[in-house]
Design a protein around this ligand. Structure first.
Ligand code: ADP
Ligand code: SF4
Length: 688
């Protein structure tokens, strides 16, 4: 099939050393929580990317030796030949669709506390490991360096035996020994591997050369390099040494994969890097210094932005981790002129949280991500309908939209009733808060497709009560009516309503999102939710001129955002906006003109002046409709309603990712196996 200009440019083959990528779509290495423990799930996920048109599909970081393991994080492993069969599953799944398979070999050095192997970590110079483990890395001597080079060589040979086409050396994210050798702050050596830049780059040069000698006849050798740590003079930077590093190694690798460091900068959330291509100002120089192809990332979801990168000579290959997670079929949709069907990444990093929490990857936009093998889900295909029954979905938030979309794709005739004047529910409301505009993509993608589906009818401004639902008599009803933030302060820390709430104006996130704001003055945001919303509301109120204090019983602000790589940035932003941060404090009582706070450890109290209080604590499911309908089974049966289900926040308030997932799960299971019987497949340790 011929691809329409200008996007045909993206489907040109690109020569990478001895191999050729079939197009310019390059899934760069990304972690996933499958790793060495769940190879079948991993292979199916990578295979899906290849099926969706990614010309190159890479692994996550793959540990080459037990002196480098970051368990309990579940990364890849290629310690010895016994790891090869699991990698074969991955390369076979990728090759089945004509894509190239890349492997990112890693030795984590200072970043690897080796909690499983219990071997001493290794680094250029002796120093504490970069986790909080009470442990130091030892300085590598020349024997260690020889071994390190040999481990890379042996891992590369195993990678070739496992079928990989591209083998990486890795010096990015501050997570690799090769990078630690380059960083002055980690390398205080006085031998030929320390001191001058040339000496600090020596090990990388040796490793790349030796991988090339070992496997370069048939495998391309890529070098992943962080060109800037965004630490100014403290770190590697474009202004400092990285131009010279690229100059020293320019023609050595077959491919340059360039980004910024650390991971929180590379995978910045949309809240902190809203613009597509946000790494360009750092990475753009690389192409001018090498004749080898260059791949880079920047949360690319728009084909025009991709074309522009290639046309302007910034990149040869369009790198993507998150855009390929949100839409494994992004290349195929561009190829097939279905750009409107692209499921655009919203930049929320729920995907990253899976890796941090050591569970299979999940995605807000793509509920099938991580479910390819264990549930057999496909991002673009779903089983056809099992009957001609009609379905009513009540509520057009993330869960109702996803459920209606999937039921519609199965061929059911679906009626979607939304009480307000617009679809989207919380994905629309939250998108109006500072930095969260891309959250609206959850709605945009689904609304766009639903509107093209002949079997789907959408009614706005249609708040339904139980009488209306009974009167309509749809045989199947899904209630996706969402949830409401509590106004009484109950949540994790407080199991009873706060005392004295009548003494101050009290607001909830629902008020703030509906435009009902405190009049100004001193506002306390009490965050007992610990995800992003408390911090975002504090930011918004600071922007409107309030004098804001954020109080939380947690040890730190927006604690769960550590798993989405945002926490440092959130704290910095709040401090920059003069938000006062008060941690480890609960509200003991609301007072006239303020709050009595209590230390969560000692119970000692102190007073805080406040003119208004915003409670970000917990939510109640909007399940009154469900309760009233399910209380009268006879009326349901007279009305012809045979099934009634809650989905999304109406069932259990959680993340948007969770609501989308529950909507998807309900649509997948509808008129199929009972969800209880249809639990997912598990990868179990063979005892034989
Ligand atoms: P979720 O994340 O589970 O999808 P949301 O709160 O985002 O939940 O969305 C729920 C949606 O349901 C909102 O758009 C809301 O206006 C709508 N809604 C709630 N109750 C009704 C009702 N009785 N009839 C129609 N729509 C409703
Ligand atoms: Fe993008 Fe969020 Fe999905 Fe990650 S979880 S791929 S950031 S939409």
């Amino acid at each position: 099939m011929t691809v329409k200009p200008p996007y045909d440019l993206l489907f040109e083959p690109v020569r990478i050393g001895p191999v050729t990528a079939p197009n310019r779509f390059f899934q760069v290495p990304h972690c996933n929580g499958f790793g060495h423990l769940r190879p079948r799930g991993l292979a199916a996920m990578r295979g899906m990317k290849a099926e969706g048109g990614w010309g190159v599909v890479c692994t996550e970081e793959v540990e080459i030796h037990p002196t480098s393991e970051i368990s309990p994080a579940i990364e890849g492993r290629i310690w010895d030949d016994r790891d090869i069969p699991a990698h074969r599953l991955v390369t076979d799944a990728i090759h089945a669709h004509g894509a190239l398979a890349g492997i990112e070999l890693v030795h984590n050095g200072l970043h690897a506390p080796n909690r499983i192997s219990r071997l001493p970590p290794m680094a250029p110079s002796a120093a504490p490991v970069d986790s909080s483990d009470p442990l130091q890395a030892r300085a590598m001597d020349l024997t260690d360096i020889r071994n390190f080079r040999r481990w890379h060589r042996e891992a590369a040979l195993r990678a070739k035996a496992a079928g990989y086409d591209i083998v990486y050396a890795y010096a990015a994210h501050g997570m690799s020994t090769l990078m630690h050798f380059m960083q002055l702050r980690h390398n205080q050596r006085c031998d030929e591997y320390g001191g001058s830049l040339e000496n600090r780059v020596r090990l990388t040069r040796e490793v790349i050369s030796e991988i090339k000698d070992a496997v370069g006849d048939s495998c391309a050798v890529a070098f992943r390099f962080a060109v800037d740590e965004l630490l100014g003079e403290e770190g590697l930077s474009v202004e400092g040494e990285t131009r010279d590093i690229v100059g020293l190694l320019a023609e050595l690798p077959d491919l340059w994969d360039v980004n910024v460091s650390g991971w929180a900068n590379d995978s910045a959330t949309a809240r902190f890097e809203p613009v597509e291509g946000y790494q360009e100002s750092y990475t753009a120089f690389v192409k001018s210094m090498t004749s080898k192809p260059v791949v880079g990332v920047g949360r690319f979801t728009s084909p025009d932005a991709m074309v522009s990168q290639v046309r302007r000579g910034v990149l040869d290959l369009i790198g993507a981790a998150r855009p390929s997670i949100a839409d494994p079929f992004l290349p195929a949709k561009i190829r097939d002129d279905r750009i409107e069907a692209i499921r655009e990444c919203i930049g929320c990093n729920i995907c990253v949280s899976g890796d941090y929490l050591n569970v299979p990857i999940r995605c807000t936009q793509n509920p099938t991500m991580g479910e390819e093998w264990r549930r057999g889900w496909h991002p673009e295909k779903i089983a056809p309908k099992a009957s001609d029954d009609r379905v009513l979905v009540v509520g057009g938030g993330p869960s109702g939209l996803e459920c209606a979309l999937q039921l519609g794709q199965r061929g059911y005739r679906v009626t979607l009733a939304e009480g307000s004047s617009a679809l989207g529910g919380r994905s629309l409301l939250e998108s109006r808060l500072p930095g969260l505009s891309s959250t609206a993509r959850v709605k945009d993608y689904r609304e766009g497709l639903l509107k093209t589906m002949a079997g789907v009818e959408i009614y706005l401004e249609s708040p339904l009560d139980s009488d209306a639902i009974l009167e309509f008599g749809f045989p199947h009803v899904f209630l996706a009516t969402g949830s409401a933030w509590r106004r009484d302060g109950t949540g994790r820390e407080n199991h009873r309503p706060l005392r004295g709430l009548e003494r101050l104006p009290v607001f909830t996130p629902d008020d703030i999102m509906a435009g009902k704001l405190p009049a100004g003055g001193r506002v306390t945001v009490f965050d007992d939710d610990h995800y992003y919303l408390g911090g975002v509301i504090a930011e918004k109120l600071a922007d409107t001129g309030c004098d804001v204090t954020l109080v939380t019983p947690a040890l730190t602000v927006s604690a769960w955002t550590d798993f989405t790589l945002e926490q440092d940035k959130i704290i910095t932003r709040l401090l920059e906006k003069n938000v006062e941060l008060t941690v480890r404090r609960n509200i003991a009582e609301v007072l006239p003109g303020g709050l009595r706070l209590a230390c969560t450890h000692t119970g000692r109290t102190e007073n805080l002046e406040a003119d208004a209080l915003v409670l970000v604590t917990a939510r109640d499911a909007n399940d009154a409709l469900y309760r009233s309908l399910s209380a009268e089974p006879d009326r349901l049966s007279v009305a012809g309603i045979r099934s009634l289900q809650r989905i999304g926040d109406c069932l259990a308030p959680g993340t948007i990712a969770n609501a989308v997932y529950l909507g998807h799960l309900a649509a997948q299971n509808f008129q199929g196996e009972d969800w209880d019987a249809a639990l997912f497949r598990r990868e179990m340790t063979a005892l034989a």
